[in-house]
Design a protein around this ligand. Structure first.
Ligand code: AMP
Length: 622
């Protein structure tokens, strides 16, 4: 759909004005910028003709270096040379500790929350580091396109959560880039091949880079890409193939296993070069130290096949998670430098029983897709129907009484989306409400991920259940969440933009989903039990208060004792009972036993209200 444009009075619209839009692949190891030029997407090179920008930033006492020059100092200046910061985007220090990862950098002291690195030019966050990379790419694009940019589409992994997406957006803002949209990397790869213009169906995106393997299963239907499942291995890539080959060479050369670091590095370099050459030729000559030999494809395949098998197993698992059969996949897209290896193409083709799409450079395909999308979003292709929408990968909701997760927006809902639900107070006179925003599929909040907490204060004191608090969730086109809470009677309102400081491990989203399937039955029972426990608490609180206030006055000693016993039994049941049906039966029996007392209290309240008044007074008012 195209919006009608109205020009300013006195100025005629320029129908041929071409806006400068780019797609940026902000990668863990390398980053790229691309644009659509005369209808064709191209990646942009720096003045030395290099397209790939290593995602490395080196901090010096009086400035920064970005890219290749920075990378050259990774060994001699490791603390100031920050590499792979994408792994830390939107992550807290505690996350890193929880994941058991040792940070290779020095962390800024006394700063709980977000990760910050200590460098010679001060403490920097992953957002700032990424901003340097983005700024370098934006400057490259501006120089190449001859003016400032109108906007960019930046790609993020499909499994990136709100915090990681927000961090990416913040980095772009810091770099002065207008973000048209964050787009998931596999979706961008599919767009690069024009699959958004093609048939509907399931698409698998197989992405094997230097250090990571990602497999994403997408469904394209009615103009929308939906991420059905993601999987992979964040510690498997071309580097592992190099290590296998290096070990083989060391073995052939009769080198001991205890090699000096310099020799190890040399071996890996030789192995990597041999691997890449074998993508073109059948055999290569090798020489290390005073050994020389040959490596052919047959031996190479015997070395790398176990690792390729590992990726294929992850593919099968992810297809299963997505609930689709291999035969449902209508297209397979290859991404990442390692997919240049013919053996990988062969094995992937065999598994999916179809030739994968591999005609676009696998290092550039994501940036190219992003550029195509940017071109449309910025308005350079009026009339183009391409409308790409993503879906939220995990449900978003709130904590309710009993530590339960109440889902407001379910997973796989297409974004942007906005939904609201009404909640009420638990206690009489309650003037504040704690809003705890969560993400996940499980019933108990302890199994979900906490995104943010805030409080709605200033609710006028009312009887429990009377206040109406409307909580609205809004997820924008980039997957960012805004939550607001408003008490309907009084109008008090507050809100928060979710910018949580804690991220998820790469495979954690799919793990969370798998867990939710595996524990569905058990979770339902737990949820029912928690609900009954909340019910029991409410009854215990009400009955105890009523007994204290009116018990002795309105009940005989025997009746009083009876209810006291019922109350203490209910307390015990509340504590020990693990069967929700049994607890429910017990609550009902206590509620029945206290019915007479409740009726007596009601009569008592009515007669008190009436005492001293003539009936006509009330009748006259009606
Ligand atoms: P990426 O992280 O996507 O840039 O991928 C880098 C990985 O791709 C490295 O392990 C490279 O050795 C590998 N790679 C690049 N070109 C080739 C090739 N022609 N054949 C095999 N592997 C390659």
């Amino acid at each position: 759909m195209v919006l009608l444009q109205i020009s300013e009075p006195g100025r005629s619209p320029d129908p041929h004005h071409h806006r400068r839009a780019v797609g940026i692949d902000l990668g863990t190891t390398n980053s790229l910028v691309a644009t659509v030029r005369s209808g064709s997407p191209v990646t942009l090179a720096n003045d030395r003709g290099e397209h790939l920008l290593p995602s490395v930033v080196r901090y010096l006492s009086g400035g920064v270096e970005v890219g290749k020059t920075a990378l050259e100092h990774a060994v001699d200046d490791p603390l100031n040379t920050l590499i792979s910061v994408k792994r830390y985007m939107g992550r807290g220090v505690e996350d890193i500790a929880r994941l058991g990862k040792q940070l290779p950098y020095e962390l800024a002291a006394g700063k709980p929350g977000m990760v910050r690195f200590r460098t010679v030019s001060g403490d920097v966050s992953p957002v700032q580091v990424s901003a340097e990379i983005l700024r370098t790419l934006a400057e490259r694009a501006e120089a190449s396109l001859g003016g400032s940019l109108d906007g960019a589409v930046i790609t993020v992994p499909a499994y990136f959560d709100d915090a990681q997406r927000q961090a990416t957006k913040d980095a772009a803002m810091l770099a002065g880039i207008k973000v048209l949209r964050l787009l998931s990397e596999p979706t961008a790869a599919a767009v690069a091949y024009g699959l958004d213009q093609g048939d509907e169906g399931v698409i698998a995106v197989y992405d094997l880079g230097g250090g990571t393997f990602d497999i994403s299963v997408l469904r394209f239907s009615r103009g929308i890409f939906e991420v059905l499942a993601t999987g992979g291995d964040s510690a498997l890539g071309g580097d592992d193939l190099d290590r296998c080959i290096a070990e083989w060479i060391a073995d052939q050369a009769g080198l001991s296993t205890d090699l000096a670091p310099a020799l190890q590095r040399n071996l890996l370099r030789v192995a990597c070069r041999a691997k890449e050459q074998l993508s073109e030729s059948d055999e290569v000559a090798l020489s290390v130290e005073d050994w020389s030999g040959r490596l052919d494809r047959e031996i190479l395949y015997s070395l790398v096949d176990p690792l390729i098998d590992k990726t294929l197993r992850a593919c099968r698992r992810t297809l299963r998670d997505a609930g689709v059969e291999t035969a449902d996949v209508v297209n397979v897209v290859l991404v990442g430098g390692s997919t240049r290896m013919p053996r990988i193409r062969q094995q992937v083709a065999a598994m999916f029983a179809r030739e994968p799409l591999a005609s676009i450079d696998p290092d550039r395909v994501v940036a190219i897709g992003a550029a195509r999308q940017a071109d449309v979003l910025v308005g350079n292709k009026p009339g183009d129907e391409m409308l790409l929408l993503d879906v939220i990968p995990l449900s978003l909701g709130l904590e309710t009484m009993g530590g339960l997760m109440e889902k407001i927006i379910h997973r796989n809902t297409t974004i942007p989306v906005s939904k609201a639900q009404e909640f009420t107070t638990f206690r009489d006179g309650q003037t504040a409400m704690a809003i705890h925003v969560l993400q996940g599929e499980r019933e108990l909040i302890s199994n979900c991920r906490s995104l943010a907490r805030f409080e709605l204060r200033g609710i006028p004191p009312m009887t429990a259940g009377v206040a109406k608090v409307r909580v609205s969730f809004q997820v924008d086109a980039d997957g960012l969440l805004n939550v607001s809470a408003r008490e309907v009677n009084s109008g008090v309102e507050t809100g928060i933009q979710v910018k949580p400081s804690y991220g998820l491990d790469d495979g954690e989203i799919s793990r969370m989903l798998q867990d939710s399937f595996a524990h569905a039955r058990e979770d339902m029972k737990l949820r029912a039990l928690k609900e009954q426990q909340v019910e029991a608490d409410r009854l215990i609180e009400d009955l105890a208060a009523a007994l204290t206030r009116d018990g002795e006055r309105l009940l005989s000693e025997a009746e009083y004792h009876c209810l006291e016993v019922a109350l203490s039994e209910l307390r015990k049941y509340r504590q020990d009972c693990e069967d929700y049906r049994e607890l429910q039966r017990h609550i009902e029996s206590v509620a029945n036993a206290s019915e007479t007392f409740a009726a007596l209290r009601m009569d008592d309240a009515v007669s008190r209200a009436l005492s001293g008044h003539r009936l006509e007074e009330f009748e006259g008012r009606q």
